[in-house]
Write a protein that binds this ligand. Structure first.
Ligand SMILES: [Zn+2]
Length: 327
């Protein structure tokens, strides 16, 4: 692309964004995963309780925090969002969402939408990306095995030092992400045996059913689904997707005794869902579905893939700057 064309494109996209903000109003939907003090956090998914509290304070004083119902009303009815609207969401269903995040939300009379992957609820089994971290990065077991085979690709296990372990971790995550869930489970169990690390960490557990029920009773929480075993849906067949989505919806509905109408796509980038996923969302009567793409939401945003900004462990100054950059 020539420089002039590039410049024109930039100006047009800037003008479009401005136009949307002024005439449609817009909402920044924030995506959190964990609120906890993490010892290790290679995916940078944890925000400390102190920083989360500072985020809420800043949002309360400077932005218009929406309830889930308000957000849904503006989006479904294609109404202009109030100025500087913000919605808070959480993905996955870690126990710290109940133990740490919920009391802080309640203290600030704020509300968040919690999307729960049901496969690890009420167990000591870790989410699969955490299991890979524990097995490959944290186990100091010197394995006798020379190789590990995944999807026909051989990974060399001999002479694993810290650098090589990190390389292996970085290679396994994307390969496991696009596998069907039962095969992924089998391959992770095999890796756990090789590295003699099979026990999930209590610090990384998902909520218990009891915690989930209590969370659902709070005004600070609305519960949505996030599949059963957290695959990249776009890599699965229609039937595999349907099973993942239906199972999570059914488990949540049984335990909470209410209809679940919210969903977020695991990983949530444009590659992580497809036309089949959208078809299933509509057939299963989901009303609002979240993606993980960093744009503002406005009244013409598709309610089956609304966009969100991933939040990192920013202190109050950094959070303030990031919030400004979103709008
Ligand atoms: Zn997730």
């Amino acid at each position: 692309m020539s420089t002039i064309k590039g410049k024109i494109k930039k100006v047009v996209s800037y003008a479009q964004k401005k136009y949307q903000k002024v005439f449609y109003g817009s909402c920044a939907v924030l995506l959190y995963h964990r609120v906890t003090q993490s010892q290790t956090d290679p995916q940078q998914l944890s925000v400390t309780p102190a920083n989360f509290n500072a985020h809420l304070e800043h949002l309360k004083n400077n932005y218009h925090l929406l309830t889930i119902k308000e957000f849904q009303y503006y989006l479904e009815n294609k109404k202009k969002f109030p100025k500087k609207s913000v919605l808070i969401t959480f993905d996955d269903g870690y126990a710290d969402n109940y133990l740490e995040a919920l009391p802080i939300l309640e203290k600030h009379t704020a509300q968040a939408l919690f999307y729960i992957a049901t496969g690890t609820l009420n167990t000591d089994v870790e989410f699969w990306w955490d299991a890979i971290e524990r097995i490959v990065l944290l186990s100091d077991h010197k394995t006798e095995e020379e190789k590990y085979v995944l999807n026909g690709v051989e990974y060399n296990l001999s002479g694993l030092d810290n650098t090589k372990r990190f390389e292996l971790y970085e290679q396994l995550l994307p390969a496991l992400r696009v596998m069907n869930s039962s095969l992924r489970e089998e391959k992770i169990n095999e890796l756990g045996r090789i590295f003699n690390s099979s026990q999930g960490r209590a610090s990384h557990r998902a909520m218990s059913f009891e915690e989930l029920k209590k969370m659902d009773l709070s005004n600070a929480a609305v519960i949505g689904a996030h599949t059963h075993l957290h695959p990249s849906l776009g890599a699965l067949t229609y039937e595999e997707q349907l099973k993942e989505i239906e199972t999570s919806k059914n488990i949540l509905e049984q335990h909470l005794n209410k209809k679940i109408t919210h969903f977020s796509y695991p990983f949530g980038t444009i590659k992580d869902f497809n036309a089949d996923t959208l078809d299933i969302m509509k057939k299963m009567n989901f009303q609002l579905v979240a993606a993980n793409i960093p744009y503002l939401v406005h009244k013409n945003t598709d309610q089956y893939s609304f966009t969100r900004f991933l939040v990192r462990d920013w202190n109050s100054g950094e959070f303030e700057k990031q919030m400004q950059s979103f709008f």
